[in-house]
Design a protein around this ligand. Structure first.
Ligand SMILES: Cc1ncc(COP(=O)(O)O)c(C=O)c1O
Length: 443
């Protein structure tokens, strides 16, 4: 007869697990968040593995490889990549907890928030998990959400919201553009929405949405509506002033302008968003993506207290810690200006080639990527392999209405911040030569 385990209630079971995981250190869980003292003596903590932070990204420790200039994942800085080879350590050990805590604090700097009610989250998963977080926690089944439609990624965010039962209205713009403020005002006046979502940069089109004016409009017309931003292709290359612009949520991922390997869902939620979570009539409609499960864990990590709900990825968190240390070591304005300069240069080269961008209006053009319409005579299937042979990897199109007609050039992170690499100039030259070899001549 198989033996049956004696039933154990969850807190008792977690306490047993905690003793197994960290014998000398009491563990916090969602059930025990209140129990531990607020401060611990960090001088007693073992030191974490030291890493050299380099400002150079000469790929000296990376095998030679084609330069990845797609709109994410992007090229890695050596120091970020090397952080991944950290020895294995306990995810509830004091050294890792300190690293995780610092990582969360640095995210506050990156998102430009000093509001203690705002809460950063770092979870194992890709950018898509940010959509699940929003959909499972901040809207309840049947509640109305207005999705600003800019392309493939806003469509999929809408789909995710529907999966969790939201009543979604999509305000769609023509390909290569974004919904305009007057029509958004009209939509907000016609219906009461729990939330509005905007894709800051829609990676399928390179269209940049304007957040500051949008937020001011929402606060004027429908002040209770939560403003949620998909910042997967914008955080760390486009300005986002979380507090000043009164945003309620920005979700992003590790692999784009932050410059870290893929695998982390990174987000910031306002006190208002957390209140919406806490005043739900029904519990969050996900288990792993329940912010109720993660909120105490994130708070504990930031307070350098060990905590467990589900195992994080220590190596990825180390890489993120290094990336954020680099990002926050200089004023954010400098970083954004460098992305803007590189973007201007690339967009000028595209115009000089006689080519058009998918994002037609210069005010709507992203600064971390460029979506370029191909000449009618040049096929994606010819130009992309041609570029790859020249050591430059661009991406094809993904907007379903124009997918085969354009290519995408990502210019984020080290490829634009470290001029020694020469990535941008090499890519522009490859594009010029490649198009000529594919038979294109500017008329
Ligand atoms: C704007 C935007 N949102 C969401 C996602 C989804 O992120 P992930 O592929 O990391 O799940 C992406 C991916 O490229 C994106 O560009």
């Amino acid at each position: 007869m198989p033996r049956r385990a004696a039933p154990v209630n969850p807190p008792a079971r977690l306490s047993l697990i905690s003793r197994h995981l960290a014998p000398d250190y009491p563990i916090n869980t969602p059930y025990t968040v209140e129990r531990l003292p607020d401060t611990i003596d960090t001088s007693l903590l073992p030191k974490t593995q030291t890493r050299k932070l380099s400002n150079s990204a000469n790929m000296s420790s990376q095998p030679e490889h084609p330069t990845l200039l797609i709109p994410g994942p992007i090229e890695f800085d050596d120091a970020v990549l090397n952080s991944m080879s950290h020895y294995s350590e306990s995810h509830v050990g004091p050294a890792f907890v300190a690293t995780f805590g610092e990582t969360l604090s640095m995210l506050r700097t990156l998102f430009q928030t000093s509001d203690p009610a705002a809460q950063p989250f770092v979870l194992s998963g890709s950018g898509t998990l940010g959509w699940d977080l929003v959909a499972a926690n901040l809207v309840e089944p049947g509640e109305k959400v207005l999705v600003l439609g800019t392309g493939y990624f806003s469509d999929n965010f809408a789909e995710c919201l529907r999966v969790y039962g939201a009543d979604v209205t999509e305000l769609r713009a023509p390909v290569g553009s974004r919904p305009q403020l007057p029509e958004i005002e009209q939509a907000l006046s016609a219906n009461k929405y729990k939330m509005i979502t905007v894709t800051h940069v829609d990676t399928s089109t390179g269209v940049l949405s304007e957040l500051e004016k949008l937020s001011a409009l929402v606060h004027k017309v429908s002040p209770e509506t939560l403003i949620i931003v998909d910042g997967v292709c914008s955080v760390a290359c486009e300005e986002i002033a979380f507090d000043a612009w009164k945003l309620d949520g920005v979700v992003t991922a590790s692999q784009k302008a932050i410059g870290c390997p893929a695998g982390l869902s990174i987000s910031m939620f306002s006190g208002r968003a957390i209140k919406a979570l806490q005043s739900r009539k029904v519990p969050p409609t996900s288990y792993f993506a329940s912010m109720n499960n993660w909120l105490p864990i994130m708070k504990n990590y930031e307070n350098k207290k060990p905590s467990y709900f589900a195992t994080p990825s220590p190596q990825l968190v180390h890489a993120l810690h290094t990336a954020l240390t680099q990002i926050t070591s200089q004023p954010l304005a400098v970083r954004f200006a460098k992305h803007r300069e590189a973007s201007d240069r690339i967009k000028q080269a595209v115009a000089d080639l006689g080519l058009k961008q998918v994002a037609a209006n210069p005010d709507d053009q992203a600064h971390g990527m460029t979506a370029i319409y191909l000449p009618e005579t040049v096929k994606q299937a010819d130009i992309l392999p041609n570029l790859a042979k020249k050591g430059v990897v661009f991406a094809g199109g993904i907007h379903k209405e124009i997918a085969t007609k354009y290519i995408r050039f990502g210019h984020m992170g080290v490829s634009v911040l470290d001029p020694k690499r020469g990535d941008v100039d090499r890519a522009v030259k490859a594009l010029q030569d490649g198009l000529t070899e594919c038979g294109y001549q500017k008329v």
